[in-house]
Design a protein around this ligand. Structure first.
Ligand code: SF4
Length: 82
């Protein structure tokens, strides 16, 4: 079974997530997409996929900037400079 089988967004208009993926998305679209993700049973798997894929838009309940911040927080500390 694919992780996308339980995706809440498959029942939602693709326009909503496309609007949230624009270079300068309107916050209403972003919040609406995040609300869909909040009800999604595939959210954890989706977020893990999105963290690796570096896609634009809302995936796993986070927008691209939020995922970048999470990626930086999760990165191991930089080693000494040589
Ligand atoms: S978490 Fe959001 S983007 Fe990911 S599958 Fe679920 S509804 Fe779709």
């Amino acid at each position: 079974m694919s992780l996308w089988n339980n995706a809440a967004c498959v029942a939602i208009s693709a326009d909503l997530f496309a609007a949230a993926a624009k270079a300068t998305p309107d916050q209403r679209s972003v919040l609406a997409a995040k609300a869909v993700c909040g009800e999604c049973r595939a959210r954890t798997s989706c977020l893990a996929w999105a963290m690796a894929a570096d896609e634009s838009g809302v995936w796993g309940g986070l927008d691209q900037n939020e995922r970048r911040r999470l990626r930086r927080k999760s990165a191991p500390p930089a080693g000494p400079r040589r």
